[in-house]
Design a protein around this ligand. Structure first.
Ligand code: SAH
Ligand code: SF4
Length: 385
């Protein structure tokens, strides 16, 4: 006689449990409603995970025994794992984060005065191929899940043992400027940023969470409708001809389109005094001349922005060079004389390779790009060596 279990499809793997770590408030509420539970359970669980730093469902004492047992069957709270940790002499800390499927991403915490900024990754590698970026050279493996993105903030706080410890905030600002293009992983990044702003989770102000993009215009337009985080745009060139070379996505979404989309993003914000941060990586002899600065002045006239200059950070597979301090000052001066607010990003964590563009992790490249770069690099070493 055939039993009912014989007629069921053979299950080789247990059903995946929902990782509650990455659910935004709205998603968590829906999760509990779907379970036949009350919405307020979401608030309790959010607080356990993101205020108290608790991952063991058994310890969530105010849920009641029956609900805890039910949850243990269908859910889990699982942050990614820390694979390595390095501390710089200037206080910068860099972690290697192990994610499902064997990849490794990097995350950096940069203390400065009474602020501490966490630089978070959104993808394992990057599918875009900006010529000056080591992440781009590694190719692309996959998007990070929302749990893996918010899990980085969770891990940083845990690593200082600062959940409900009265130690104050160890992370005051978050920038989506680690590995990957956040707007190409839209849903997961938005869910993670929602948790960063959510009072039941991290409660950061919208001004202190910044998304940096190389210019995925349709996604900026989409973001404008649902998010209030600060926007940073990686411009790096004052005209399309040069930007096409440095930031290939410019061929699809040229500068005029990008600036228009940023304007619309700002116009959609309730607070009209906010501005876009324009990031400009200065590369010696490529985009760092006074003429480039003057062209930039003209381009950004009437555009509500501040400008952040980033002297190029070298890495092994690149022939680009960092400009001299004088060249950076001259460029800066042209912009300041024209009335712009301009900051120069100081290089932090030099001794542990923690600066912008130096985050590499480990990418199981699915694009073949990393192999091509290695081959080109080897050929160059042979011809020049
Ligand atoms: N993909 C997003 C965010 C990650 S890159 C973006 O491109 O905006 C974060 C910032 O570091 C970007 O402004 C990027 O252009 C810059 N960057 C990348 N490589 C760099 C390098 N080698 N030196 C200096 N800045 C770099
Ligand atoms: Fe990707 Fe940003 Fe690097 Fe460009 S600069 S390759 S978009 S991570």
């Amino acid at each position: 006689m055939t039993s009912i279990s014989d007629t069921l499809p053979h299950r080789t793997q247990p059903l995946a449990r929902v990782n509650l770590m990455g659910l935004s408030r709205a998603q968590m509420e829906q999760f509990f409603l779907d379970l036949g539970e009350k919405k307020f359970r979401a608030q309790q669980v959010l607080k356990w995970i993101h205020h108290a730093g608790v991952t063991r469902i058994e310890e969530m004492s105010n849920l009641g025994k029956l609900l805890r047992e039910k949850l243990l069957e269908v859910a889990e709270v699982r942050p990614p794992e820390i694979a390595s940790q390095q501390d710089s002499s200037d206080g910068t800390r860099k972690w290697g984060i192990r994610v499902d499927g064997g990849g490794l991403v990097e995350m950096v915490l940069i203390p400065a005065g009474n602020r501490a900024t966490l630089c978070v990754s959104s993808q394992v590698g990057c599918s875009l191929d900006c010529t000056f970026c080591s992440t781009g050279k590694q190719g692309f493996q996959r998007d990070l899940s929302a749990a893996e993105i918010i899990g980085q903030l969770w891990l940083a706080i845990k690593s200082y043992d600062a959940f409900q410890s009265g130690k104050g905030r160890v992370v005051t600002n978050v920038v989506m400027m680690g590995m990957g293009e956040p707007l190409l992983n839209f849903e997961n990044v938005v869910a993670a940023m929602d948790l960063m702003l959510e009072d039941l989770a991290y409660g950061l102000s919208k001004r202190r969470v910044t998304l940096s993009t190389s210019g995925v215009v349709p996604a900026i337009d989409r973001l404008a409708k649902i998010s209030e985080v600060s926007l940073a745009v990686s411009l790096h060139a004052p005209n399309d001809e040069l930007r096409n070379q440095l930031v290939p996505i410019n061929r699809k979404y040229p500068i005029a389109m990008l600036l228009e989309s940023c304007r619309n993003y700002m116009a959609a914000q309730s607070d009209k005094n906010r501005v876009v941060t324009v990031e400009y990586t200065l590369i010696a002899g490529i985009n760092d001349q006074c003429d480039h600065a003057r062209e930039l002045v003209d381009l950004l006239r009437d555009f509500p922005c501040k400008i952040n200059l980033i002297p190029f950070n070298p890495f092994p597979q690149s022939n680009y060079r960092r400009p001299s301090g004088n060249a950076v000052s001259r460029f800066w001066q042209v912009l300041v004389d024209a009335g712009y607010i301009v900051t120069v990003r100081s290089t932090r964590g030099d001794d542990i390779d923690a600066a912008c563009g130096q985050l590499v992790g480990q990418v199981v490249d699915r694009t073949g790009r990393s192999g091509r770069y290695r081959a080109a690099n080897d050929a160059q070493i042979i011809t020049t060596g």
